[in-house]
Write a protein that binds this ligand. Sequence first.
Ligand SMILES: [Zn+2]
Length: 349
Amino acid sequence: MEKRTIRVEKEPNTRLPQGLKRPRRRNSMSSRLLILLGVIILAILALTGFGLYQKHEKSVAASESRSRVSSIDISQKVAAEESAAIKASESASVAADPTYGWLKTAGKPNELPILMFHYVAEETDNNQPAWNSNYITPESLSAICEALVANGYTTLTADQAVAVLTGNLKPSNKMVWLTFDDGHENNYTNAYPILKKYGIHASFGMVTATLPSYKGTDTTYISYSQMLKMQGSGLISFTSHTETHPDLSTLALSDEQEQLTGSKKLLDNLLHQNTQVLVYPSGKFDSETEKLAKEAGYKVALEEGEDMAVGSGNLFEVPRYRISTGASPNYVLSLLEAAVRYNTANTAH
Ligand SMILES: [Zn+2]
């Protein structure tokens, strides 16, 4: 009994009565399990959190990258828009001011050689009027245009020529203005393709009665639609050669006035321009014609004259050089050289 008692005392907790459990041992196990579970949960949470964090980091990085890309896109777009705006502004400047970027004279007026052409056709063309000094073959015109380009000449529109003659600016010291009188259809079919090929500017003097109802029913003259096409090229400008090509010096004042104002009004309306140049038919005019031309709103009137046009001269008696068949490129270049020397010396630095 004693031994049993002692054993019982020595090992008071080793054996418990049946049905009882050891709360302390069980509590310890549960705690460990709970701690383990807690650790596992924490680990899962930590891993999930890290994953989410990484995901977040990636998302932030991507967002920043997108933001950088979009900011690059925006800066590129802004730069492109600014560049386009500058170009548009330059074009607008050129449109608003045809003398934009031009050289300045040293004080004396400009000299401007002006060439006068009429028909551009083959000599054998039976549909054309008799061969005379008003003709040039397409081959001759082409050779002249090629020489002008090869020698670096700047060819002018009518408005540019007016600016050169009335002001102290110039696009170049090597200038020439090509003018074609009468608006014959071969100026469209034969001359225009050559001018276009070489990028040469020229003015066509139109006899406006040849545009009945603007439909171009008379096929021997340039039609309205052909005018629009050439105007759209930027190479060809149009001047008035009156309504019916009369000898202005013989007309009654009222008829003369109608020839000058009527043709200008028609061209102004048809082409949405301010027609500044009048070309006297057959180079004939008198002092009354000059007065009426000024009153009608013209700035320059062209005659024949075989001389150099100078800005200081009477701008209602501006001379031109007649160019017809047989005119060699060297002959044409020789007409221009004196003006090049004069204009070069007359340049502000
Ligand atoms: Zn004429």
